[in-house]
Write a protein that binds this ligand. Structure first.
Ligand code: F0G
Length: 353
């Protein structure tokens, strides 16, 4: 029986008798062994498939708690800045509890599916002629001044909820992996996973800690460059962020775990994106593929030990960004006459018949 993470991890979360029992059945996502990629990389590679969450991204884990706590604290409205997934998730959970949801997104830099989700769940969607970092700065000011709850990952309940993914990884593998590879945008998720791994070990449920490998998109790699990127650019719109809010805790996670924060190019991201679909049957969004692109890069640099057990977090579902798929994959649907022979002609050519 599925429970949802508030119920399942109740004793690891700041839940009281007053916390509304809220769930869309988030969490309990698959951990898949990537057979072909494992072979190719000489590693033992797994994919944590967060695209299987109710709104199609990992955000649901933190959002269910952030929205439940907002309601518990008497709030009637929530707000976030978003590159898309946070807004979709906030809108869904706010709808479920009958709360008002305001989302501020960068105009024309949010994937189609995410926009359609926010609209369908009934959020007030404000599309600004600016980027995510500018949106976040404004919503932080507004929520400081007005009785609206901020549900970006600077809200500590978001991190608390998201840390449950690390618990699941340990439970699914029977132990923490050697390496946890993850895309980095606003840097909340890498901070949450590290917190989760540390807590799970402290409570005696696991016996080791993974090295944390975080990967930014090269055109938005503030942490790698050591300074904010004023005009971040990447095909991976979800992580098109130039001044990550959780910068410090992300660096801490990398340092304390003897890991690293590195960057991957759009070409490397797109290559991994299409590899995941074709070799492993997983259609994730471009930003998610940064984790796998990063591991491929590390292997090429000689930084991946043979046989290392690696978990790559695939943060969001590829269906959210259909335009990216169609724009960046060379093969296009063939348009043919409505004729059985025309279909057979293609098959015969393909099969060499
Ligand atoms: N992958 C996806 C699919 C995302 O949507 C995000 C962040 C990340 C990775 C990076 O996670 O920010 O915790 O480092 N999306 C946010 C949003 C910013 O608004 O949906 P992070």
């Amino acid at each position: 029986m599925r429970q949802g993470i508030l119920e399942k991890y109740r004793y690891f979360l700041p839940i009281t008798d007053q916390t509304p029992s809220l769930t869309l059945y988030e969490g309990e996502t698959p951990l898949l062994r990537a057979e072909k990629l494992s072979e190719e990389l000489g590693a033992d590679l797994y994919l944590k498939w967060e695209g299987a969450n109710p709104t199609g991204s990992f955000k649901d884990r933190g959002m269910v708690l952030a929205i439940a706590k907002a309601k518990e604290d008497g709030s009637e409205a929530v707000m976030c800045a978003s590159t898309g997934n946070t807004s979709a998730s906030a809108a869904a959970y706010a709808a479920k509890l009958g709360m008002k949801c305001y989302v501020v997104v960068p105009h024309q830099h949010i994937a189609l599916g995410k926009m359609s989700q926010a609209v369908m769940y009934g959020a007030e969607v404000l599309s600004i002629q600016g980027n995510f970092d500018q949106a976040l700065a404004m919503v932080r000011e507004i929520t400081d001044q007005y009785p609206i709850t901020l549900v970006n990952s600077v809200n500590p309940y978001r991190i608390e909820g998201q840390k449950t993914a690390a618990f699941e990884v340990c439970q699914q593998l029977g132990e923490a992996p050697d390496i946890l590879a993850i895309p980095v945008g606003n840097a909340g998720n890498i901070s949450a996973y590290w917190k989760g791994f540390v807590e799970f070990k402290e409570k005696g449920h696991s016996h080791k800690l993974p090295r944390m490998w975080g990967f930014e998109a090269e055109g938005a790699a503030a942490i790698v460059r050591g300074e904010p990127v004023l005009q971040p650019e990447t095909v991976a719109t979800a992580i098109r962020i130039g001044n990550p809010a959780s910068w410090k805790t992300a660096v801490q996670a990398a340092e304390e775990s003897n890991g690293a924060i590195d960057s991957v190019t759009d070409e490397e991201i797109l290559a991994a994106y299409s590899k995941l679909a074709r070799l492993e049957g997983i259609f994730c969004e471009p930003a998610s593929a940064a984790s796998v692109a990063g591991v491929i890069k590390m292997r090429a640099l000689g930084n991946l030990d043979k046989g290392a057990r690696v978990v790559c977090v695939l943060t969001g579902n590829g269906l959210k960004d259909p335009n990216a798929a169609l724009a960046h994959v060379e093969v296009k649907p063939k348009v043919i006459p409505c004729d059985k022979q025309a279909i057979l002609d293609v098959i015969k050519r393909e099969e060499g018949l």
